[in-house]
Ligand binder design. Structure first.
Ligand SMILES: [Zn+2]
Length: 280
């Protein structure tokens, strides 16, 4: 401890008079209380970051463990789980988007939310309008990704491994907006806030009304797993379809599952904040 009146903090250059007692190190190095606090918070942040990056959500997660945890939250949904679990278990630097097709938007968003919960990553959900700036959002350029940052407490590294759900992906406008996002290595989320979206897992959903007719027209079995060419034949943009790593049907959600999800997962964040609720 130095009580020397002319001592300065070697880190912030403030004097003993401004910041009070200084801790003295070797060779005339001093540090003030404010800088100690700042250093402590930086180090804690780094420790948390390292704990996370060596945690189960960063590299490969055991598929059986993911499946078991998902089964605890959501009953049934065989097709969706079989398609999503391998993708969830092998998340890497760049994550190919997934598409969930079905009549019930509730089941699609719940599957996405449950996956984020199982993977212990931040989650946000929104509709087409949440991908682009809209009036009244201040400096927010992409409300959906801004919500994801909020869910990650503005820890960019955590957000960049998060899961987002986008409802209404059967519309061409949404497909175009998503392609614009996926093509960019970094997206401006808000003023002075950029985000690398390569590792964010986009799970898209839509009703795709009339898809069954297309499947019949193509002479496919109605319960055969969905493929890229079926979506293209339906009229989805080919460039968008080719981005998809997972395509699956989501069955309607039953009340028992919903009750379990409400008990286990914080559902308030499903459509909160600026992203808008994926309803209809
Ligand atoms: Zn200082």
């Amino acid at each position: 401890m130095s009580r020397c009146r002319n001592a300065y903090c070697s880190f912030c250059r403030k004097s003993y008079r401004d910041v009070g007692p200084l801790v003295e190190g070797p060779d005339g190095v001093y540090i003030c209380g404010e800088c100690i606090e700042l250093c402590t918070s930086i180090i804690h942040q780094e420790i948390r970051r390292r704990a996370r990056s060596s945690g189960p959500d960063s590299a490969a997660v055991e598929p059986r463990a993911v499946r078991a945890k998902l089964d605890q939250l959501i009953a049934g949904q065989e097709e969706a789980k079989e398609a999503l679990v391998p993708a969830a278990s092998s998340r890497g630097q760049s994550q190919r988007p997934a598409l969930l097709v079905g009549r019930s938007p509730g089941s699609r968003v719940l599957l996405a939310k449950a996956l984020a919960h199982v993977l212990e990553v931040p989650f946000a959900a929104g509709v087409l309008q949440s991908l682009a700036p809209s009036p009244g959002h201040g400096g927010v350029a992409c409300p959906l990704l801004y919500s994801l940052m909020q869910a990650a407490d503005f820890d960019a590294e955590a957000a960049q491994r998060g899961v987002v759900y986008v409802e209404g992906a059967d519309g061409q406008e949404a497909q175009e907006a998503l392609l614009r996002l996926w093509r960019r290595p970094a997206v401006e989320v808000a003023t002075n806030l950029q985000m690398d979206v390569q590792g964010v897992w986009f799970i898209c959903g839509g009703r795709f009304d009339g898809l069954d007719d297309v499947i019949t027209r193509l002479g496919r079995h109605p319960e055969q797993p969905l493929s890229h060419d079926v979506l293209t034949a339906f009229g989805a943009m080919q460039e968008w379809v080719l981005q998809l790593g997972v395509i699956a049907r989501a069955a309607p959600i039953d009340e028992e599952t919903l009750a379990r999800m409400v008990a286990a997962v914080d559902l308030r964040r499903l459509g909160s904040g600026t992203a808008g609720h994926p309803d209809s």
